[in-house]
Design a protein around this ligand. Structure first.
Ligand SMILES: C[S@@+](CC[C@H](N)C(=O)[O-])C[C@H]1O[C@@H](n2cnc3c(N)ncnc32)[C@H](O)[C@@H]1O
Length: 195
């Protein structure tokens, strides 16, 4: 119940930015973080909201100082800072990540995203993926959840950035039921070696 009120307040202030009427469920949080391991860091989380995915990442053994959260909503940023001391929280628009110099290029292990891509323009989605993949390692992955029937990143953007998307699972234990997509580089060095 304690997460419903801040979530509802943020939704009333800017429904398009929040794009959900309730926080994600622990089942969805377990699914979207299921391939993240404590020995693959640092980890970036985009659009954490009330921090349900953040909690799951910490439960998987990610240390607070190996975790960076990008959140545009000031109310959510404050709540996250109170709730997760030691985690780096950057209050900004995720589509500007490329200019933010948050990590060395190619040093990030994984990115987990709760961003409402379905209500964003292609230009914004492009900025988010281009910026994040600039930081990700060659074999790094971007995990995105969606309420929709297909990957929320348009296929034209995936092919322009030379990325591929694979659905890693669906859970009905979320309101509404949701799927998680893993987005990674089309031609990873590890794939080329084993081919
Ligand atoms: C669907 S909600 C997140 C749900 C989250 N998993 C939870 O349970 O609270 C989307 C979040 O993305 C944030 N957001 C939306 N657009 C953003 C942007 N351009 N940059 C950073 N954060 C953004 C919103 O403020 C909100 O916290």
């Amino acid at each position: 119940m304690s997460d419903l009120l801040p979530f509802f307040r943020a939704w009333v202030t800017d429904p398009k930015k929040v794009s959900a009427i309730s926080p994600s469920s622990p089942a969805l949080a377990r699914l979207i973080t299921s391939e993240v391991t404590a020995n693959q860091t640092p980890v970036l989380e985009l659009g954490p909201g009330t921090g349900v995915f953040t909690r799951a990442l910490l439960d998987r053994g990610i240390r607070p100082d190996d975790l960076t959260l990008i959140e545009a909503g000031p109310q959510f940023s404050k709540l996250l800072a109170d709730r997760y001391p030691g985690v780096r929280i950057v209050e900004m628009d995720a589509s500007r990540l490329g200019n933010a110099q948050l990590f060395q290029p190619g040093s990030l292990s994984n990115a987990i995203s709760g961003l409402p891509l379905l209500s964003m323009s292609p230009r914004k989605i492009m900025g988010i993926l281009r910026g994040t993949f600039g930081y990700l390692r060659e074999d790094g992955a971007f995990y995105q959840f969606t309420y929709g029937p297909r990957c929320p990143v348009p296929s034209a953007i995936l092919s322009r950035l030379d990325l591929r998307a694979t659905r890693i699972g669906t859970t009905v234990r979320n309101m509404p039921p949701s799927s998680v997509y893993k987005i990674e580089r089309q031609n990873r060095a590890t794939d080329r070696k084993s081919a």
